[in-house]
Design a protein around this ligand. Structure first.
Ligand code: 5GP
Length: 208
């Protein structure tokens, strides 16, 4: 099994509305699963309290972002909530090619760009238990104005309507449970005949 999967890392995309708890799930997941690499996104958004440069995000200016964009530096990017967000191309590609699984925590438009470029990517949608709960979480975070909260909520609803584009969903009732679902999804993908059939046949034929 090791041999079969050694070829290319999985590209895991954890997506879903802002405030659904993707970040918390990612953090817990990363503490548990050390063999997956989390992609650090680049953004032009202001750093929030407690965020760390190079860990939470690479924080850069709009000009720097646009420069990198022109040089094909991003695997996907979006302009949402008045700011740019993007996934640095080289880190992801290098790891995948080395056989290391990479996890992206991005919103839906970016996820669709990934799906288009990497049809093999595993798209997972994180749902809040309810919309009311989602609103509570965004309000509690205290970093957005009323208008920004409204914007994030209406965006959340239109994102949920596109859930058909995803392969899996996780309802974020409880972080531990959500992480356990993520692990199961990864295991399922690593047992996918569709994904590995060619490698399996080649490997066992070589052995003969
Ligand atoms: P926040 O400002 O709350 O950190 O992020 C806003 C939204 O942007 C979240 O839904 C987050 O997942 C998403 N996001 C963060 N980094 C990226 C990225 O590199 N690409 C895309 N498409 N979305 C991102």
């Amino acid at each position: 099994r090791e041999n079969i999967m050694d070829r290319k890392g999985l590209l895991l995309v954890l997506s879903g509305p802002s405030g659904a708890g993707k970040g918390t799930i990612c953090e817990s997941f990363m503490q548990k699963c050390h063999d997956v690499k989390l992609s650090v996104s680049t953004t032009t958004r202001e750093k929030r309290n407690g965020e760390v440069e190079g860990v939470s995000y690479n924080f850069i200016t709009k000009e720097e972002f646009e420069h990198s964009l022109k040089n094909n530096g991003f695997l996907e990017h979006v302009h949402v909530f008045g700011n740019y967000y993007g996934t640095p191309r080289s880190v992801v590609e290098e790891n995948i090619n080395k056989g290391i699984d990479v996890l992206l925590e991005i919103e839906i438009v970016g996820a669709m760009q990934i799906k288009e470029k990497y049809p093999d990517a595993v798209l997972i949608f994180v749902l809040p238990p309810t919309i009311c709960e989602l609103e509570k979480r965004i309000v509690k975070r205290g970093t957005e104005t009323n208008d920004q909260i409204k914007d994030r909520l209406s965006r959340a609803l239109s994102e949920i309507r596109k859930i058909n584009e995803y392969s899996y969903f996780i309802v974020n009732n409880d972080v531990e449970e959500a992480v356990s679902y993520m692990e199961s999804i990864i295991k399922a993908e690593k047992s996918s005949v569709k994904r590995y059939s060619e490698q399996i046949i080649n490997l066992y034929q070589e052995e003969k």
